[in-house]
Design a protein around this ligand. Structure first.
Ligand code: RB5
Length: 145
């Protein structure tokens, strides 16, 4: 299946999202930006829920979410049973969460990492496959309804 990355951020994640867009363009990776579209104050759940719904409809195949800390947007994304959103602030965490959790949404803290770190995180997120095996049963136990 062709990879299409759904993007969601609030105002605090907007600047890093512009770097993400440059990265995706440079790597010829398709994306759909579900907002926000400027730095006016807004509410991260609105964009988190939109991304989760679009993932469920296969409008995109994975996602990137960004808010100031990455915490709020993670909380909102992970309310959806089809989402495994992983808050990553180092490339190692991005590597491990693909390997062990089959994370389908990468979340980054826009106010706490620089572009260079974000690039390394995305390299790991996009180039690491789920290990499967014992982790399959574990991720199957995550949804509660
Ligand atoms: C916005 O100021 C900030 O609260 C938000 O981006 C995020 O960090 C919340 O978790």
């Amino acid at each position: 299946m062709e990879r299409i990355v759904g993007l969601a951020s609030d105002h605090a994640g907007f600047a890093l999202k512009q770097h993400v867009i440059k990265y995706l363009d440079a790597h010829h990776i398709k994306y759909i930006d579900y907002g926000c579209y400027n730095e006016e104050s807004c509410d991260y759940p609105d964009y988190a829920h939109k991304l989760a719904e679009m993932l469920a409809k296969n409008d995109c195949t994975c996602g990137i979410g960004i808010c100031g800390t990455g915490e709020g947007i993670s909380m909102a994304l992970n309310k959806h049973s089809n989402v495994r959103a992983a808050l990553c602030w180092t490339p190692e965490i991005a590597h491990m969460t693909r390997l062990h959790n089959d994370a389908n949404v990468l979340v980054m803290p826009g106010r706490y990492i620089n572009e260079q770190t974000a690039t390394k995180i995305m390299d790991e997120f996009f180039n690491t496959d789920f290990e499967g095996g014992r982790h399959i049963n574990r991720i199957k136990k995550i949804p509660i309804h």
